[in-house]
Ligand binder design. Structure first.
Ligand SMILES: C[S@@+](CC[C@H](N)C(=O)[O-])C[C@H]1O[C@@H](n2cnc3c(N)ncnc32)[C@H](O)[C@@H]1O
Length: 320
């Protein structure tokens, strides 16, 4: 594939799925699966996903046969991503033998023997959603995948926790944690400068006048959760490792890599500490390495599973 002339965030998220599938920490995943309460038709599991994108996580949970009876609320600020989530999920579910019906309120009902999962999507900023739902509804499980590193965790996390019932779970996979590595090394000092300056752009991101992002969110999450009064149940690394095998890069990961290099180049254009010509040459060289199947990309991330303090009797029963 030649270097794309334009980029689509939607295609990037679709290409990211196979990278995430490899990266997810299975010890944390197994702990999540084991900690989920039993669901019944009368008491379906209530799941809220913030920053759900094109719905990769709900599809993964269904594919793993982890959801039998559930209502899944997926929110994201981008309506086009949620429209794609509904399209993808419908197509996938039909292929898997689910009966899929959309009701008048736009909820998708996915039914198969022993399974009934309702998926509702809403295009809304997470902060507005929390304001509206605080004190109204709670969920058994809140998921934020590749999401916390984009927001002001310090202020948002306690508010997100308030949407989870006592004893409920929080699952934050693919949380960026301050490591961006490319191989082969070029000029090591310049590679390092690129990494430092790129992480700085995440740390200094401001949206609507508020800080929004932290390149070390993963490691800092432990302290943020403690401050919010939430126990960490499991944590582990979920690094992205993208490389070409004998048949090249898997799935659409070549596009994924071009999009990563494009994003870094765009974020650093005009950076006062980087020479513009050298940056341009670095970006061109990395794209060329992707075309040859030579580029290896590693991003350090963490998966964290936590639990809002449970009533004493549930703790004594040892569920958590
Ligand atoms: C890196 S993407 C991850 C998407 C998806 N969780 C995944 O892993 O494939 C982050 C997502 O969060 C959404 N997002 C960012 N800030 C948001 C906010 N304040 N409220 C709602 N969604 C937000 C973006 O639109 C985007 O879809």
């Amino acid at each position: 594939m030649s270097v794309p002339l334009t980029y689509s965030f939607l295609r990037y998220l679709a290409a990211k799925k196979s990278v995430d599938d490899r990266a997810l920490n299975w010890q944390v995943w197994q702990r999540l699966v084991g900690a989920l309460p039993d669901a019944t038709p009368e008491q379906p599991l209530r799941i809220l996903e913030v920053g759900a994108g094109i719905g990769s996580m709900v599809e993964r949970l269904l594919a793993g046969d982890i959801l039998t009876h559930a209502t899944y609320t997926a929110i994201d600020m981008e309506p086009t991503l949620l429209a794609e989530a509904r399209r993808r999920l419908t197509q996938w579910a039909v292929e898997q033998g689910f009966q899929v019906r959309e009701n008048g309120s736009g909820q998708l009902h996915l039914r198969r023997a022993g399974h009934h999962v309702t998926v509702e999507t809403e295009a809304i900023d997470a902060a507005l959603f929390i304001d509206r739902e605080h004190g109204q509804r709670t969920w058994d499980l809140l998921i934020g995948q590749a999401f916390l590193d984009l927001i002001d965790v310090r202020t948002a996390l306690p508010r997100l926790c308030s949407l989870v019932r006592p004893g409920g779970l929080l699952y934050f996979p693919i949380t960026f944690d301050g490591g961006t590595v490319f191989q082969p090394e070029g000029d090591a000092a310049f590679d390092r400068a690129i990494e430092v300056c790129y992480h700085q752009t995440m740390d200094q991101r401001v949206l609507d006048g508020k800080p929004s992002g932290d390149s070390r969110t993963g490691r800092r999450l432990f302290a943020h959760l403690r401050t919010a009064g939430v126990d960490v149940l499991a944590a582990g690394s979920s690094d992205w490792v993208v490389f070409a095998g004998a048949d090249g890069y898997p799935a659409d990961e070549e596009y994924f890599l071009h999009a990563i290099i494009h994003t870094i180049g765009a974020a650093l254009t005009g950076h006062p500490q980087l020479d513009a010509e050298r940056l341009g040459a670095w970006v061109a060289q990395r794209h060329a390495q992707i075309e040859r199947g030579a580029l290896v990309y590693i991003a350090h991330q963490l998966d964290v599973l936590a639990c809002v303090a449970a009533p004493t009797e549930e703790r004594q029963r040892g569920k958590y």
